[in-house]
Design a protein around this ligand. Sequence first.
Ligand code: PEP
Ligand code: MG
Length: 592
Amino acid sequence: MPELATKAEKILRGIPASAGVCRGTIFVLGRPQATVPRRELSPEHVPGEISRLEQALVQTRHDILEVQHKVCATMGAQEGGIFDAHLLVLEDPTLLDEVQRSMVEGRVNAEYAFHVFAEKYASALEASEDDYLRERATDLRDVTSRVLNNLLGRREDHDLKRLTEPCIVVAHDLNPSVTAQLDRKTVLGFAIDSGGRTSHTAIMARSLRIPAVVGLKSASAELESGQYALVDGFNGLIIVNPTDQTLFEYGQIIRKQVSLEEKLRDVVAKPAVTLDGQLVTLSANVEQAADAEQVRANGGEGVGLFRTEFLFIHRTTMPTEEEQFQAYDEVARRLHPDPVVIRTLDLGGDKLMSHLGLPPELNPFLGWRAIRYCLQDPAMFRAQLRAILRAGARGNVKLMYPMISGLEELDQANAFVEECKAELRAAGTPFDEDIEIGAMIEIPSAALVAESLAKRVKFFSLGTNDLIQYTLAVDRMNERVAHLYEPTHPAILRLIHATVTAGHRHGLWVGVCGEMAGDPEMVPLLLGLGVDKLSVAASLLPAVKFLIRRLKMPEARELAEFALQCESGAEIAARCHTLAREIAPSLFENQP
Ligand code: PEP
Ligand code: MG
């Protein structure tokens, strides 16, 4: 191919997942490995080949333990626990027996036998409907490529720890073990084929402040490691072989980005107050104890959503009450006296089941998820409630239930809390007798019966990520329907309004902890609708605060009044877009 043709600028369009621009060399992760050589063995070579396989397995175990150790040290024990599943693959008797038998009986080389059987199992797992089993296919392939690399003396292309030069990571998807290794020093940005704006990978990119584009469909197949590219996380683009003109234009964008970051640093220690004096409680969403550090550093007032499921997934056993207590207590202690809202387990849907071995479901988002699962596993639910109540002993913890759909669930969950309180009281264990309990409003039915729910809780927190997907019947993970995922749809705004009105009538505060709260364009609308508190990824706190400090409440209310009588989501979005740019133009200089 002529040199010019290979170097032509090429733009791939996806979904903007994390703002920012970066440029550098592409590193494509998780490419199918080159063909694995097949060799016939003479009988006398079989024992030597088996011992070569054993050595490769030992080396692989060593490599995984090393990565696990590093991840535990930098990101915490929960993230490190992900690798337990990888270590288990190396001890799987069914797989190892089949591989050895084929080497002995079929007289083939170790890499070929291992590849054939591991791929047979991985394909079967991948075809499953169950998230957990599909995830195990990814684990199995991860481990297989490590074993093959060791047998073939090949560099581990998929292993981020080997990255020495900063680069742009391109992948079909980022599995948890890879995401957990992302290091801002070597990963400039990432671009992936799957996912939407509220997929877990996108949320993770924003919290790491790495420019990212998701939903690119085929970037990992179209792009090559070593190509030079630019990731535009504002517009959802990856530009390969950018021309000098493109680089010049983006150079200006990068300069503006740096100057905006300086302005944002300036507001971190200041209050989230509007120009006309309305104080807004602005807190952070966290997923593990270690995240607490980022909350104050970014100017957050406590935690509005602690997603506890990350303590439960990617490990082989349930966390004990004591382990959970340590994690919750650490966040409560570090942020005291600011409040910390701890959400009870929200497993299911896109949050992978690990060791629980739950049966596959056809519609996991409509299935055995969150509070539904907790109410049917009393031992697990009680352990968590007791840990949360105990972590509340200082008085700054609040408890929140996910996925409440109606009164009965709320009553049942509250009854569990009363039982746990009685047990702790009887044992003389310190806990918060007056802990405030709230419900997430993320299912349309809950918003519609908010009046009844309000009589039984002290606060509501709107989970707009799920509220939007359930109201509009749009899978938040599916890039093919991402264009239908519309936060300003009139139906969504009416549900938010109904929730705020019911909550306020009963003296509750109403917050938003879904991704909508972290979008500066949506903030005036939410505040205008009467939302009292916003909880966002720690990395987004400065931008949201910057906007609040330039807003006047009458503008926000006028926008909300317009939105509540407008019939078009697109028109509402356009008004939000314009108002946010009028009041805080520097926040949007790089955005369309
Ligand atoms: C939500 O649904 O908006 C929410 C905050 O919960 P999660 O994203 O964890 O489902
Ligand atoms: Mg939710």
